[in-house]
Write a protein that binds this ligand. Structure first.
Ligand code: ADP
Length: 482
C-alpha cells in the first residue's frame, strides 16, 4: 500500500490538525508507513468537544427510534463495506484477515444491537405519598472515548453505539498505532445521516490528544480501554472534572483444567484463547492452571499445538500475525527475557522472533512451564503470544492461584463434573467466568468488564446503556380532592 494521508472527523468535516502536525501509522508486518495521520493537540480536541456540545441537544431531541434507525443504517453500511474494513484493520493492526473479519462483524452487530434497543428502554413508576414518581435515563451530554489498538473497530463500535443510542454526542480518540478504521467508521456514520458534530474522531498521541480529552472540562463522561497506568491517569484527570469514568483495563485470565478433562480435545481452544490477536487481548487466557495429574500431558500437548501455528503477515491470513508495534515487540521481548532469567519457570517453546520473519514485529508462540506461581511471568500481563502453565494440587490451590493476581477480568473452568464446575466458578473473582466454554458470549449481548485492577463499569449488552446515561427521577403530585 502506498503511503497516504488520513484526516480527522470533526463537526462533519475531514480536517487536518490545526497545527498541521502529523504522525505515521505503520504496517506491523513490514514496518512500512501506511498513512500519515493528524497529530491533534488540545486545540483540535477542544474543537471536537465544542462540535459535540453544539450538536448534542439536537441529537437528544430526536426520538429514540430515529436515533436507532440511524444506528441500524450504520450497521448495514459496515456490512456492505466489510471486506474493505477488514483489510484496513488487518493492515493497521497486523491481525490475520479471518480475525479482522470477525471484528468487523462484531462492529456491525454492536451498531445493530444498540440500534434495535434504542427505543425499548424501560422506565419505572413508583408510588409515593401524595402522588407518584417515574424514572427515566438521560444522556450525559458529550462523552469522551479513548480506545486501544488491539480491537480498534470493534471497540469503537462497542463504546460509541450505546453512547449514541441514548443521545450523547461522542468524541473518540483512537490509539495512535491503529486509527484508520475508526476514522472510516465515523465517515460511514456521516454517510447515513448522523448529524455533523454528533460523532467526532480526533487522532493523535496519548500524551497529547488523549490527555487533552481527559483534561477537557466539557467532557461529561469518559470511557477508557487500555493499560492500567494510563487508566489511572485518565481517572485522576476525570476526578478533577468530577465526571464519571468507565475503565476497562488489563487481565491475566486463568483457564483452570481439572483432572478429568480430555486434554487433546481441549488444546485447540486453549491455543486460540491465548493466541488470538497474538495474545493482545485483555481477556486472553494467558494462564493455564492444570491439575498435577494432567499437567505433563497439558504441557506436551500445548507445546505440540503451538509448534503447528503458521505465522506471517495478516494479509496472507495465517494463524498468527505480528505484534502491533515495535514498542509492543520490545515490551514482550523484555518480559520474556526477564522470565528466562528469573527462574520460577522453564521456557518450553518459542521465546523470540520466528526464523525467516526478519521484517515487522513477529513473535513466536511461547510457553513457560511454571514451577513458582509467584514468578512475574505468571502474574504480569504480557499482551503477547505467551502462555504460562501452572500446576495445582487441589481445588483450593487452584482457586488461590487463579485469584492471586492483581487482575480480575475473566476466567474459565474446564471439567466434566458439573458440581465441581459450579463450586469452582463460584469462588472465582472475575468480571466474566466461563464454564467449559471460551469465546461464546464474545458477542454483544453480555455485559463485559472487570473488577479491581481490571477496571470497573460494564461495556456491551443493555448494561452499557446504563453507563452512558444518568438516572432522572421525576415526581408528580396528585391532588387527592380531584
Ligand atoms: P499502550 O501503552 O499499550 O499503548 P495505553 O493504555 O497507553 O496502552 O493506550 C490506550 C489509549 O490511551 C490510546 O488511545 C492512547 O493514545 C491513550 N493514552 C495514552 N496515554 C494517555 C494519556 N496520558 N492520557 C490519555 N490517553 C492516553
Amino acid at each position: 500500500m502506498t503511503s497516504n494521508t488520513a484526516l480527522m472527523v470533526i463537526d462533519g468535516e475531514d480536517v487536518p490538525a490545526v497545527g498541521r502536525d502529523w504522525f505515521e501509522t505503520r504496517d506491523p508486518a513490514s514496518g512500512e508507513v501506511l498513512a500519515r495521520v493528524p497529530r491533534a493537540a488540545a486545540a483540535d480536541v477542544d474543537a471536537a468537544v465544542r462540535a459535540g456540545r453544539e450538536a448534542q441537544p439536537g441529537w437528544e431531541a430526536l426520538s429514540p427510534r430515529e436515533r436507532g434507525t440511524m444506528l441500524l443504517a450504520v450497521a448495514d453500511l459496515i456490512a456492505d463495506r466489510a471486506e474493505e474494513l477488514t483489510r484496513l484493520e488487518t493492515l493497521d493492526v497486523g491481525k490475520p484477515l479471518h480475525e479482522a473479519r470477525v471484528d468487523v462483524h462484531h462492529a456491525e452487530r454492536l451498531f445493530r444491537f444498540y440500534g434495535e434497543v434504542a427505543d425499548k428502554l424501560p422506565t419505572e413508576k413508583l408510588t409515593v405519598d401524595g402522588g407518584f414518581a417515574f424514572t427515566d435515563r438521560i444522556p450525559h451530554g458529550v462523552t469522551g472515548h479513548i480506545t486501544p489498538w488491539n480491537y480498534p473497530i470493534q471497540l469503537f463500535a462497542r463504546t460509541v453505539a450505546p453512547a449514541l443510542a441514548v443521545g450523547n454526542a461522542c468524541v473518540v480518540k483512537p490509539a495512535e498505532d491503529t486509527p484508520l478504521t475508526s476514522l472510516r467508521a465515523a465517515r460511514l456514520a456521516l454517510e447515513v445521516g448522523i448529524p455533523a458534530g454528533v460523532l467526532n474522531v480526533v487522532t493523535g498521541l496519548g500524551a497529547e490528544a488523549g490527555s487533552a480529552l481527559a483534561d477537557n472540562p466539557d467532557v461529561d463522561h469518559l470511557s477508557f480501554t487500555g493499560s492500567r497506568p494510563t487508566g489511572e491517569r485518565v481517572m485522576v484527570a476525570s476526578a478533577h472534572q468530577m465526571r464519571p469514568v468507565m475503565l476497562e483495563l488489563g487481565g491475566k485470565s486463568p483457564s483452570i483444567l481439572l483432572g478429568d478433562v480430555n486434554v487433546a480435545e481441549l488444546v485447540p481452544t486453549l491455543r486460540s484463547a491465548v493466541l488470538w490477536n497474538a495474545g493482545q487481548t485483555c481477556d486472553a487466557q494467558s494462564r493455564v492452571l492444570a491439575d498435577r495429574a494432567i499437567h505433563a500431558d497439558v504441557v506436551d500437548a500445548l507445546t505440540a499445538e503451538f509448534g503447528q501455528v503458521k505465522i506471517g503477515p495478516g494479509v496472507e491470513d495465517h494463524d498468527l500475525g505480528p505484534l502491533v508495534s515495535e514498542t509492543q515487540h520490545e515490551r514482550v521481548s523484555a518480559l520474556v527475557a526477564a522470565a528466562r532469567d528469573a527462574g520460577g519457570g522453564r521456557l518450553v517453546t518459542g521465546g523470540g522472533r520466528p526464523e525467516g520473519l526478519d521484517d515487522g514485529w513477529f513473535f513466536e508462540p511461547t510457553i513457560f512451564d511454571v514451577t513458582d506461581p509467584a514468578t512475574p511471568i505468571a502474574n504480569d500481563e504480557v499482551f503477547g503470544p505467551v502462555l504460562t502453565i501452572v500446576p495445582f494440587r487441589d481445588e483450593r490451590e487452584a482457586v488461590r492461584i487463579a485469584n492471586g493476581v492483581r487482575y480480575d477480568l475473566a476466567a474459565a473452568v474446564w471439567t466434566k463434573d458439573i458440581d465441581r464446575a459450579f463450586r469452582l466458578a463460584s469462588q472465582i473473582r472475575a468480571g466474566q467466568v466461563h464454564i467449559n466454554s471460551w469465546g461464546i458470549g464474545s458477542g454483544v449481548e453480555l455485559p463485559f468488564g472487570g473488577i479491581r485492577q481490571s477496571g470497573f463499569g460494564r461495556e456491551k449488552g443493555l448494561r452499557a446503556l446504563t453507563e452512558y446515561s444518568a438516572l432522572r427521577t421525576t415526581t408528580v403530585r396528585v391532588d387527592p380532592g380531584r
